[in-house]
Design a protein around this ligand. Structure first.
Ligand code: SF4
Length: 285
């Protein structure tokens, strides 16, 4: 496949990895998480929708297409525009989605191109991929932002539509290979923050062979100025209901309808739980 389906490219992002970054959002995801805040990213086809806008008390409608087939050259052109900011802030590019691994061939081409240009690469992934795919891609990724959602497999299937077996195995592979990983835990009220899931999560993390410092044999970045990511590190992502309007616009049912945002302040005790395990804990991106 010479082109990839991209639904957004955001410049000057500061929450998707170190420094100032450009985040490239891949369209298409094999999971159906109840709390998905990018529901427009799931279908691996361009989609039409009607956007409702309000201005000075008047409302407007605009037809929009979400998702555009782009070549590697087109995406790189966008990425390279902010080269100077990456260099000055130790930033780079983040591939997110959707699930970028779903378009593995296109993703690898972009990752290789970034490395040739000396640009730091971060992959924001659910980890839902074959071990062969993860092995193929791992050497081209400087930092993984890796979602850990639910450890009990039946619960994982219930709330995301798929088993977590490959997700957990792929994560073990990344750690034993000495890769730089920041875990991301979406804190979803009544779903991922239950005492049972927190207990299972703690147990799973305890048994991971997490290197306490990045493997010096593995280049973490083509830019020697970029600090290695601290291991082990977990980001707690509080649930937010920002996507409510998107569910309506794309005529999708929203299983979290009516559930209010979780305030970051509410995560203090969870932060303490993970800190007491020796993890570096951050709240939010
Ligand atoms: S993995 Fe991410 S993009 Fe895919 S359904 Fe879950 S939250 Fe949405």
């Amino acid at each position: 496949m010479n082109k990839g389906l991209i639904f957004d490219i955001r410049r000057f992002s500061v929450h998707d990895g170190p420094g100032i970054r450009t985040t490239v959002f891949f369209k298409g995801c094999p999971l159906t998480c109840w709390w998905c805040h990018n529901p427009e990213s799931r279908d691996i086809r361009p989609e039409q929708s009607t956007k409702h806008l309000a201005l000075d008390g008047r409302s407007f409608e605009r037809e929009e297409t979400t998702g555009r087939w782009m070549s590697v050259e087109e995406v790189m052109q966008e990425i390279l525009q902010d080269r100077i900011f990456y260099d000055e802030s130790d930033g780079g590019v983040t591939f997110s989605g959707g699930e970028p691994m779903l378009q593995e061939g296109f993703l690898i081409k972009l990752l290789k191109e970034c490395h040739e240009q000396g640009i730091h690469t971060t992959l924001d992934t659910s980890g839902f991929a074959s071990i062969a795919s993860i092995e193929k891609i791992a050497n081209w990724v400087d930092l993984f932002l890796y979602d850990l959602k639910i450890i009990h497999d039946e619960m994982h299937i219930k709330y995301t539509g798929e088993s977590n077996q490959s997700i957990l195995e792929n994560l073990k592979f990344l750690y034993t290979s000495g890769k730089n990983v920041i875990l991301r835990f979406p804190v979803i009220p009544g779903i991922t923050d239950t005492p049972e899931n927190i207990r299972d999560l703690k147990e799973f993390i305890t048994h991971l062979q997490i290197p306490t410092s990045p493997n010096p044999d593995i280049p973490t970045s083509p830019n020697p100025q970029i600090p290695a990511s601290p291991n082990p590190h977990i980001s707690l992502l509080p649930y937010h209901a920002m996507a409510r309007e998107k569910y309506r616009r794309f005529c999708m049912s929203n299983p979290m309808e009516g559930i209010p945002n979780l305030k970051p302040e509410a995560l203090g005790s969870l932060k303490t739980v993970f800190e007491s395990m020796g993890l570096t804990v951050s709240i939010g991106g």
